[in-house]
Write a protein that binds this ligand. Structure first.
Ligand code: SF4
Length: 636
């Protein structure tokens, strides 16, 4: 049965809301397929505003891949702002997709990509507006399968009650596999209803269905065990890893937004995974091993992406882009190709030690010298050793001086506050470092016209990292150190105006910590917050710490127990049955090494140190150089 567009009902509301253009769709390269031409239909959601959600690579890639599949369609939906939410409720307009403005409840799957846990309340708004029961247990045969993915899905336990399923890791292949399971089940006449469909997904071993697992607790609140409650459901669910990125050169048709968004550029992921071993970095740990995209595929993707989109900026994306084994050739090849045009290159994330003068030159050749960001993360050498981010002060100063002398005027340094074992002097060390950076930069350039911005946020221990057992630092301590750092930065008039300071206070990090390492009992807190009006928790103007604390109290949840408590080695962690490939003993040993000063090398260039991922997942480190060049180039 054809599902009608709700646009005529939405249209009447749009003059009354802010930025109505974000709800109208019609972007260049968006796809609308005939509803009846498909038998499996996905609504893909990024649970934040359109301006944040549209550039999200994960959603964009799945949107294309699923729409390329015969008999399958995919549309996008985003979180609506509270002004539109109120009008939709008043007028009975349901959560809709921006492509064909179809009601989300009509789809087979609502796939939600969580980059951060702070999108959980927006998921509840979308479910409620869609007319989908909030609790998975209350859903019926006509409701979509609500499926979570993205990095936060590596511990989906806090939202387990609201989810039908979750997938861990790379989405390309598993989204196709899920589509085929649904197609087959529907073709058979949907035997056994949604319960059997979920069972088929769970049995595959690649999809986590929370309701097929029971959690038992000790009297003191710790988890006793998590066990499947059906015979054919696996004890552990594994993550997915795409091994050949060249086979998946998406996005091929990048979406070009009509409304303003946070990034307006064509982004190419140049590799996936990172084995640098930074102990705080969940993204690095859960995306292992490193898999590079070849230089030729990068070149072809850039050429095609620019042609298809008209963007004039290319972002070379990854967790640490300068680490690509052929980054110098990639940068030179692209800079040559786009010489004389207005297409510029950017490296959104750069390690201090991987940046060099040649790269700096290539990246500034065709365009703006927009700000550079480096992330030493820890303010003292001791701190950087604890987190295994071995950047020396000399490295940092040399790198930043290079950037200044190549014409950059603005450098941003990113740090974290509240890291394990941190003392006040580790944070105050950031002020000394920033002053040394400015001093060296002034000497190298002979100019006082240079700036350095110190940006610092609270550290949150994350699942599947060596710090998963660590006590999170309370927000009072974090805030006190952040204020002391501000005073130290401002105390010296010689540097006052050259050093900017941006910080996020410690309270949101505590909520993020609660959601990151929480278990199923946190679901009640999320629901209480949402019922109390909690929306857009990632936005400081909407976030309310007091609301979260009141919600936790109402649910009988002790926030400190989940956040500032250090865990014992043998405590069952809420995500232990979800397998990112990392060996638990290795993670524990790395946590012990962090405290005792042990370092880990990068297994790209040193022998494997048995973190567990490759043998468990059947993967391997995959890096160049391939020896191939980006050439022959097409003249632009
Ligand atoms: S198993 Fe070895 S090679 Fe693979 S990511 Fe871990 S340390 Fe590196």
């Amino acid at each position: 049965m054809t599902v009608e567009s709700i646009f005529h009902r939405l249209e009447a509301l749009l003059p009354k809301v802010q930025k109505p253009i974000q709800y109208v769709g019609g972007e260049l390269n968006s796809t609308i397929k005939d509803w009846d031409s498909a038998d499996v239909r996905w609504a893909l959601m990024y649970p934040d505003a359109y301006e944040v959600g549209l550039p999200n690579q994960g959603v964009a890639i799945l949107y294309e891949i699923l729409n390329e599949l015969p008999g399958t369609l995919a549309e996008r939906t985003y979180a609506v702002w509270p002004d539109l939410e109120a009008l939709m409720r008043a007028e009975g307009v349901p959560q809709f997709t921006v492509d064909a403005h179809r009601p989300v409840r009509a789809f087979d799957v609502l796939g939600i990509s969580f980059s951060t846990e702070l999108g959980y309340t927006n998921m509840l708004t979308a479910l409620d507006l869609a007319g989908i029961p909030l609790l998975a247990a209350d859903r019926g045969e006509d409701d979509p399968i609500v499926l979570a993915g993205g990095h936060a899905a590596f511990n989906p336990e806090p939202i387990a009650d609201f989810l039908d399923a979750a997938v861990l890791g790379d989405g390309e292949q598993i989204s196709i596999a899920i589509t085929e399971v649904i197609r087959e089940w529907k073709a058979e006449g949907s035997p056994g209803g949604r319960d059997e469909l979920l069972m088929r997904l769970a049995e595959s071993g690649g999809v986590y269905v929370p309701k097929f697992y029971d959690v038992e607790y000790h009297d003191d609140g710790r988890i006793k065990r998590v066990a499947p409650n059906r015979p054919d459901v696996p004890w552990r669910v594994h993550k997915h890893t795409v091994m050949d990125l060249d086979e998946w050169p998406y996005p091929k048709k990048p979406l070009v937004p009509l409304a303003e968004t946070v990034h307006e550029r064509f982004s190419v992921e140049i590799f996936r995974g990172c084995t640098r071993g930074c102990r705080f970095c969940q993204a690095g740990m859960i995306t292992r091993p490193v898999r590079e995209r070849s230089i030729t595929t990068i070149g072809a993707m850039v050429e095609n992406g620019i042609k298809q989109s008209g963007f004039n900026e290319v972002g070379l994306l990854s967790l640490s882009s300068a680490d690509h084994s052929e980054i110098a050739d990639v940068a030179k090849g692209l800079a040559d190709q786009y010489e004389g045009t207005n297409t510029s290159l950017s490296l959104p994330s750069t390690r201090v030690d991987a940046f060099n003068i040649d790269l700096a030159n290539e990246f500034s050749r065709n365009g703006r010298r927009s700000g550079l960001t480096f992330a030493p993360e820890g303010g003292s050498e001791r701190m950087r050793k604890v987190i295994n981010k071995m950047v020396t002060e000399e490295d940092l100063i040399r790198t930043v001086t290079t950037a200044y002398s190549q014409g950059w005027r603005q450098v941003k340094l990113y740090f974290m506050c509240g890291l394990p074992t941190e003392q006040d002097e580790d944070v105050l060390g950031i002020a000394d470092l920033a002053k040394k950076v400015i001093k060296a930069g002034r000497e190298a350039t002979g100019s006082r016209d240079i700036r350095c911005t110190v940006s610092i946020g609270g550290f949150v221990p994350k699942p599947h990292t060596p710090f998963q057992w660590a006590a999170q630092t309370d927000h009072e301590t974090v805030d006190r150190r952040l204020k002391a750092l501000r005073d130290a930065l401002r105390s010296d008039k010689a540097y006052g105006r050259a050093i900017g300071y941006r910080y996020h206070d410690g309270k949101p990090s505590i909520v993020e910590g609660l959601l990151s390492r929480g278990d199923r009992r946190i679901g009640a807190v999320i629901r209480n917050v949402w019922e109390d009006g909690g929306r857009f928790d990632g936005w400081s103007e909407h976030f309310s710490y007091e609301r979260w604390m009141a919600a936790a109290e109402k649910a009988g949840v002790d926030v400190d127990w989940y956040t500032t408590r250090e865990r014992e080695e043998n405590e069952v962690l809420p995500w232990d049955h979800l397998d990112a490939g990392l060996d638990r003993e290795w993670l524990w040993q790395d946590w012990q090494d962090a405290v005792s000063g042990g370092e880990v090398e990068d297994c790209r260039w040193t022998p494997c140190y048995d973190c567990g991922v490759c043998p468990t997942m059947g993967t391997e480190i995959q890096i160049g150089p391939t020896g191939r060049k980006l050439l022959p180039l097409t003249v632009v």
